[in-house]
Design a protein around this ligand. Sequence first.
Ligand code: 3PG
Length: 208
Amino acid sequence: MKIDKIIAAGHVMPVIVIDRAEDAAPLGNALLEGGIQTAEVTLRTPAALDAIEAMAKACPELTVGAGTVMTADHARQVRDAGGCFAVSPGATDALIKGCSEADLPLLPGASTVSEMMALGEKGFSILKFFPATAAGGLPFINALVSPLAQFQFCPTGGITLATAPQWLALPNIPCLGGSWIAPQKLIADRDFSTITQNARAAAQLNKG
Ligand code: 3PG
């Protein structure tokens, strides 16, 4: 699956930090029950790769990828765990090469116009905008609509259910990500019913 298809699967992608791999299957089911079809499990905990593997196995209808992917080794590990895509906070040549060699679609992060142009030269047209709120927020990404018309952005960082509609109203934002759907604490508390409620609210957000 290519990154454009993955992005097209929904307007909101939960960004997940998970401490116990055994929570991955119920978490994936909770997201699916709420209508979410794509999930990004960040490589920020020792359990992350096992969680990706468990979630991908238990929830074949969920497109499970990895976030905070920084190196070629990460790319191989994600592929071997059954992850379908990688999201990175920034981008390096080594990471891009590693994802390509692992046949892992990459959503590379950028937060400046020069980074975006450099990724454009490497063939990327769908980018993660990170850290979205801190790096200039809505006014920044809105200012790119005309001059950087060839790009679409998936912003993450500081976005909430309340602010998501403003982001999705922009023509260059097909989807966005955030941790508010499945926060680390709700997962740790195994509060999957609240996660399903959050997922439902997120899945009902419309593209403006
Ligand atoms: C992150 O940095 O974890 C993601 O960009 C999500 O950010 P958030 O926790 O502000 O939603």
